[in-house]
Write a protein that binds this ligand. Structure first.
Ligand code: SF4
Length: 240
């Protein structure tokens, strides 16, 4: 990802959504073991400058962070305090962190976190009802300034209604699974979640169909290059 920051690489599968993890798929092409977690050489990338003295990740950037791992992975516990220090130093940029390990948040926060850093959004991702029921109560209560929920890969219909009230969530986004072994995503599930969001006044976005999409009982194979466009075509996004 062009403007992202990847302080460490590698991860461990922890839930059904990880089954066909893209990090493992990419690494497999180079016979690399994704379960070996390593600190990257450009760990301090957000603090690096160009020759003209400006930051390599410019002021005003939105920086996808830790996208070939999980920011709250246990293996990264020794490195995370330095990562927080870097994030704190770059108040002129906004860091997007996506995690399946929201349960680890309390033990991973820096001492001056308070109710969250203004320049950090932490997204929680869930894929089925079981993980929603485990992660969302923790996420709702977590001290984070900016929150968004990502349902990708969506593996079944999910009842989010117990969690959508209270104005704590800015957006729910939904998507299917990509890759040759992708599990199907059903249009009905997407519509149901959209309706739940509309009823609760929470923004909704349908990001991509995934590689196998079921609509009106028919399974469609969607090539990678069309998965985002097909979702856009469905015109389901909702802003309250
Ligand atoms: S948590 Fe994310 S990066 Fe880690 S194995 Fe699961 S899908 Fe892959």
């Amino acid at each position: 990802m062009k403007d992202g920051w990847n302080p460490w690489h590698g991860c461990h599968k922890i839930s059904p959504g990880c089954a066909h993890c893209y990090v493992y798929r990419m690494d497999a092409r180079h016979e690399k073991d994704s379960a070996v977690v390593t600190k990257n050489a450009d760990f301090d990338l957000p603090l690096r400058h160009r020759r003209d003295g400006t930051y390599r990740l410019p002021a005003g950037s939105v920086i996808p962070t830790c996208f070939t791992s999980d920011f709250f992975l246990e293996d990264a516990d020794p490195w995370r305090p330095d990562a927080w220090r870097i994030i704190r130093e770059r108040q002129d940029a906004h860091f997007f962190i996506i995690t399946k390990r929201i349960h680890r948040l309390p033990e991973c926060l820096p001492p001056d976190w308070g109710d969250g850093y203004e320049n950090v959004t932490i997204y929680c991702t869930v894929e089925n009802q079981d993980r929603a029921d485990f992660r969302l109560p923790l996420y709702a209560a977590a001290p984070i300034r900016h929150k968004g929920l990502i349902l990708e890969p969506l593996l079944e219909s999910i009842d989010l209604t117990p969690y959508l009230g209270g104005n704590w969530l800015t957006e729910v986004s939904v998507g299917g699974e990509s890759g040759n072994e992708a599990r199907p995503c059903h249009y009905d599930w997407v519509l149901s979640i959209r309706q739940q969001c509309m009823d609760a006044g929470v923004a909704f976005a349908f990001r991509q169909t995934g590689a196998r999409f079921v609509k009106d009982g028919k399974l469609y194979r969607i090539p990678r290059r069309l998965q985002h466009a097909q979702a856009r075509k469905a015109n389901l996004d909702y802003i309250p």
